[in-house]
Design a protein around this ligand. Structure first.
Ligand code: ADP
Ligand code: MG
Length: 377
């Protein structure tokens, strides 16, 4: 925070009005269910974006990132979608708030984040949601939390131009400490799901395989279209509405389509099972669901890659209770449910396995569910 305040002072000659933060997130379970109107269960990380922020009275937006050692100045009247650049994630929030009719003026926003960029832990939602939190407080706006998440999503979709769902922003905004966020992607109903990891001597290993995502956009689009086509054949609005899996599979001729449908339907069921187990307070019982989710992504949805599979297998061999890839696939992160204190040893073991296989070095950390966006101090 000292470095943020220093930078803020050098840009403005004054002290920041405050510090706001929003976290990255991992999805505990529920992969590729969001665009099928289904269920997801993310939790927020202790890793977060922090902003030193203050209002300006010259109708300018001054945005700086300590990580990139860059700053950008934009006049409010020049805010326009599609300009791009890292600053668009923050400028887009100002634009989205003003488009929605909120009285937001100029601001200086100095950013620092320890959410790794592009690892699938949602560094983008973290910086958007921190910006929303700062501007809401600075300009005294009244916006309920789900609508704050939607503003951040509008910034990412319309201003940055990245077509993402609401999961990341909802998690970064609405999550609470020691809880996951159950989200029904159709109704946007949410439930805080108790995940008292530390109290049950558990933690989550988050390991970034550092595999570059290749073909991810094309594969994502293909998966999405297959799901839409299947829903059409089955006569349902979305695969979330499939209640009898066997009957549905019998109606589909194409084997690939059958396996895609089976993933989505069983994954939704696993999220509901996880919700039920967490409500009962049995977190170790989540482990087999994580394993089953991974097998389904590997065999039916075919979105894993060899590094990810090796990381998951090695985590289990090294004593993880359960493990799965998390995120859209074709690289990115895995999570493993492990006994408290085990995360580092298991991460180390995976690094060794990667080295033996000729893969690059992964990065990892231990996570417990942390709170969503707010003001610091
Ligand atoms: P993810 O959300 O999975 O980390 P994205 O591609 O959605 O990956 O978002 C990453 C982008 O967010 C970066 O390319 C950059 O433009 C922006 N970003 C994230 N963190 C920072 C930061 N600390 N400083 C500047 N830009 C950042
Ligand atoms: Mg992102």
């Amino acid at each position: 925070m000292a470095a943020l305040a220093d930078r803020f002072r050098s840009l403005t000659g004054s002290e920041p009005e405050g510090f706001w933060f929003a976290p990255g997130r991992v999805n505990l379970i529920g992969e590729h269910t969001d665009y099928n109107d289904g269920f997801v269960l993310p939790f927020a990380l202790e890793r977060k974006a922090v902003l030193a922020a203050g209002r300006r009275h010259d109708d300018q937006l001054v945005i700086a990132s300590l990580e990139l050692n860059e700053d950008v100045t934009i006049a409010l009247k020049d805010l326009a979608p599609g300009v791009g650049g890292w600053d668009a994630y923050l400028a887009g929030v100002v634009w989205a708030l003003r488009e929605a009719g909120h009285a937001v003026g100029g601001a200086t926003l100095v950013l620092s984040s320890d959410v790794p960029l592009g690892a699938g832990l949602s560094s983008s939602a973290a910086i958007e949601c921190a910006t929303v939190a700062a501007l809401v407080d600075l300009y005294g706006l009244t916006i309920e939390k789900m609508d704050r998440a939607r503003v951040a999503q509008v910034a990412e979709n319309a201003y940055v131009g990245a077509p993402t769902g609401l999961l990341d922003q909802a998690a970064s905004t609405l999550c609470e400490a020691d809880a996951g966020l159950f989200l029904d992607c159709r109704t946007l109903d949410t439930e805080q799901v108790p995940l008292p990891m530390a109290a049950q001597a558990l933690e989550i290993l988050v390991l970034d395989t550092k595999t570059p995502h290749s073909h991810v956009d094309g594969e994502y689009g293909t998966r999405r279209r297959t799901c839409e086509e299947a829903a059409e054949i089955l006569g349902v609005d979305a695969l979330r509405d499939v209640t009898d899996l066997d009957a549905a599979l019998a109606q589909l001729d194409d084997d690939t389509m059958r396996r895609r449908v089976r993933h989505v339907v069983t994954e939704n069921a696993r999220v509901l099972d996880a919700l039920a187990l967490a409500r009962e307070g049995d977190l170790e019982a989540l482990a087999p669901l994580l394993d089953a989710s991974h097998a389904s992504m590997r065999d039916d949805y075919e979105i894993t890659v060899p590094t990810v599979d090796l990381a998951v297998e090695t985590a289990r061999e090294a004593g993880a209770l359960g493990a799965r890839m998390t995120g859209g696939g074709f690289g990115g992160c895995i999570i493993a449910l492990v006994r408290a204190g085990d995360a580092d040893r298991i991460g180390q073991r995976i690094a060794e396995a990667f080295s033996e296989a000729g893969y690059g070095r992964p990065e990892w950390f231990a996570a417990t569910p942390a709170p969503g966006a707010g003001q610091l101090r």
